[in-house]
Design a protein around this ligand. Structure first.
Ligand code: 4AD
Ligand code: MG
Length: 477
C-alpha cells in the first residue's frame, strides 16, 4: 500500500479509508495513543494501538523520536481534540529512539538550545513551521516572476569582482596557506592560484543580473550570497539568500512598484497557503512576548500584521525628508538614539529605520534619493549631483528588507563614479561594455530572503529562519 502523508489524510474526508502512514513519534500516552508527525503539516495524527493486539516488547519501542510505519483504518475519533484517528492494525518500528538520550523531549525548549542541535530542530513544531513557510515563500517568488515573464538567471558563486565595493569577502583559493608562491615583490602570487587570479565568494549577483537584463529585459537571481562582515546581530548572516531582479527600460519608480508588488505577493501567498503554520507561530509569539515589557511586544498579532502590510500602500519619501523627520524626532532631540543624527549625509542605522516605520509612519516605508557617498558606485546619479536614485524598503520589526536602485547607464558618469570609488576600470571592462553597446535605463533590487522569512514567521533572530546558519564563530553542520 502506498504511504499517505498526514496532511492529505487530515485535509480530506478520509474516514473509512485504509492507509499506511510513516512518521516520528511526538508523544505516546497511556501506552495507547501515539501522536505521529511526518512534517507534511504541523498537525499530528492520533494513532491508537490496542494494547492486547501488540507485544509488550514492541510497544516499549514506541518512544518520542522513533520512526514508525503504521497501517490501519481512519475512523472518527472517540476523544476530543481531533476529528479522526488511525486505528492501528499493523505497526513497524523503523528506527528506535532512546528516550533517555533523545535531546528533543516533549516539552518547551529554548530557541538557543535548539540552535545548538540544528540537526534535529526541524522536528519541532516551531522549526518545521518556519521551514515549510520558507519553502512556500521561495515557491511564491518563482511564481511571481514567472507570471511576469522574468528569466531566472544563475549568477556565479565564485567571482573576481566585488559588486558592492564592500571589501568584506570570503577568499577562495587552492594555494597552500602555509607556503604560498610569492612574486618578486614578495606578494602572494595569485597568478599561480586555481583561477590565475584572486577570487572570492560573491556578495551579490547584481552585476551579472545587469548583463542578463540588458539582453533578456527582465531577469532575477535567487541564490546564496556571502559577506564576511563581523556583524554579530540578529539580522545578519555570513551566508544568506538573496533575490535580485533586474529590469531593463525601467526607472526607479518601476523598481519600487515591482518590489512592493513582489513583497505583497509573497505575503499573500504565505497567508493563503500556510494558515496552520501561521496560526501556530502567531500563538508562539504571543507566548514568548508575555515575558517582555508591553512596549517591546509586537503591536499586532502576526497575521494581522501581515494583512496590514498587504492592505497598506507603502510610504514613499526621500532620504532628505526622512532626515528632517528624524532630526525633529523625540529620541534624536533627547539623544536616545545610539547614533544621534547631526546632519544631512548621515547613514541611517537600524534604530532610525525602525523609528520611521514603527513610530512615525506605522507602515512599510520606501526611502529614495540617498547621498551618493553612502551608496554603491553603480547607482544612478540624480541631477542634483548629490544624491543617487537608490531605494531601500524598510519593514516593521526588521528595518531594511530590500536595497536597490536605478543603475547608472551613462558610460561617462559611471566611469567617473568608479574613479571616485577607486574601482580599477580594467577589471570591470565587461561591465562597462553594457554601457558602450546598447545601454539603456535599467533598475533592480535585492531582497534578503531570510529577512523576509523573519517578517512572515515573526521569528526575531535570523539564525532561526535558515536551516544551518553561518555567522562569526559558527559553521556547524
Ligand atoms: O542592500 P544590499 O547590500 O544590496 C545589494 O547587495 C544590491 N546588490 C542589491 C541589488 O540592487 N541587486 O543587500 C540587499 C538586501 C538587504 O536589504 C538585506 O535585506 C539583505 O540583502 N542583506 C542581508 N541579509 C542577511 N545577512 C546579511 N549580512 C545581509 N546583508 C544584506
Ligand atoms: Mg543595503
Amino acid at each position: 500500500m502506498k504511504r499517505s502523508k498526514i496532511m492529505s489524510i487530515i485535509g480530506s474526508d478520509s474516514i473509512g479509508q485504509e492507509v499506511t502512514v510513516c512518521g516520528w513519534v511526538r508523544t505516546f500516552r497511556n501506552n495507547q495513543f501515539i501522536a505521529l508527525n511526518d512534517g507534511s503539516t504541523i498537525k499530528t495524527l492520533q494513532c491508537v494501538v490496542d494494547r492486547e493486539t501488540f507485544d509488550e516488547s514492541e510497544l516499549k519501542r514506541i518512544a518520542t523520536g522513533a520512526a514508525l510505519r503504521l497501517k490501519g483504518e481512519i475512523v472518527e475519533s472517540q476523544g476530543k481534540g481531533q476529528a479522526m484517528e488511525l486505528k492501528v492494525a499493523e505497526l513497524k518500528v523503523l528506527g528506535d529512539s532512546d528516550p533517555e538520550k533523545y535531546p528533543l523531549q516533549p516539552k518547551k525548549h529554548s530557541l538557543e538550545f535548539l540552535r545548538d542541535i540544528a540537526h534535529l530542530r526541524m522536528r519541532t513544531n516551531t522549526f518545521s513551521a518556519v521551514f515549510r513557510i520558507r519553502h512556500a515563500a521561495a515557491f511564491a517568488i518563482h511564481e511571481f516572476f514567472n507570471n511576469r515573464g522574468f528569466v531566472y538567471i544563475h549568477s556565479p558563486i565564485i567571482t573576481g569582482s566585488d559588486a558592492e565595493g564592500a571589501g568584506e569577502m570570503f577568499k577562495v583559493t587552492t594555494l597552500d596557506l602555509k607556503n604560498p608562491p610569492k612574486t618578486d615583490e614578495g606578494e602572494v602570487d595569485f597568478k599561480q592560484d586555481f583561477f590565475n587570479k584572486e577570487t572570492n565568494l560573491t556578495v551579490s549577483g547584481q552585476l551579472e543580473a545587469e548583463l542578463g537584463a540588458l539582453a533578456l529585459s527582465d531577469v532575477y537571481t535567487f541564490a546564496p550570497t556571502f559577506r564576511a562582515e563581523n556583524s554579530n546581530t540578529s539580522r545578519h548572516l555570513a551566508e544568506f539568500w538573496m533575490i535580485e531582479p533586474e529590469i531593463a527600460f525601467a526607472d526607479i519608480h518601476d523598481d519600487m512598484d515591482l518590489a512592493e508588488d513582489m513583497l505583497k505577493y509573497i505575503i499573500k501567498y504565505v497567508m493563503e497557503n500556510c494558515q496552520d503554520d501561521l496560526e501556530f507561530l502567531e500563538n508562539r509569539l504571543i507566548q514568548e512576548e508575555k515575558n517582555k515589557p508591553q512596549n517591546e511586544r509586537s503591536p499586532m498579532p502576526l497575521r494581522e500584521k501581515l494583512q496590514f502590510c498587504l492592505d497598506e500602500d507603502y510610504e514613499r519619501l526621500t532620504y532628505t525628508e526622512a532626515i528632517r523627520i528624524l532630526m525633529n524626532s523625540k529620541p534624536n532631540k533627547k539623544k536616545k538614539f545610539q547614533f544621534v543624527i547631526e546632519d544631512w549625509g548621515a547613514d541611517l542605522q537600524s534604530e532610525h529605520e525602525r523609528y520611521l516605520v514603527e513610530k512615525h509612519f506605522k507602515k512599510p516605508v520606501i526611502l529614495t534619493g540617498y547621498p551618493k557617498e553612502i551608496k554603491a558606485f553603480y547607482m544612478r546619479l540624480n541631477d542634483d549631483d548629490k544624491t543617487v536614485a537608490a531605494m531601500d524598503i524598510l519593514f516593521p520589526g526588521i528595518g531594511e528588507i530590500v536595497g536597490g536602485s536605478q543603475r547608472e547607464e551613462r558610460l561617462d558618469v559611471l566611469e567617473r563614479r568608479m574613479t571616485e570609488f577607486d574601482i580599477p576600470h580594467e577589471e570591470m571592462e565587461w561591465f562597462l561594455d553594457t554601457r558602450r553597446f546598447g545601454t539603456c535605463p535599467h533598475a533592480g533590487f535585492g531582497l534578503g530572503f531570510e529577512r523576509m522569512i523573519m517578517f512572515v514567521t515573526g521569528m526575531s533572530n535570523i539564525r532561526d529562519v535558515i536551516p544551518f546558519p553561518r555567522f562569526p564563530g559558527s559553521a556547524e553542520f
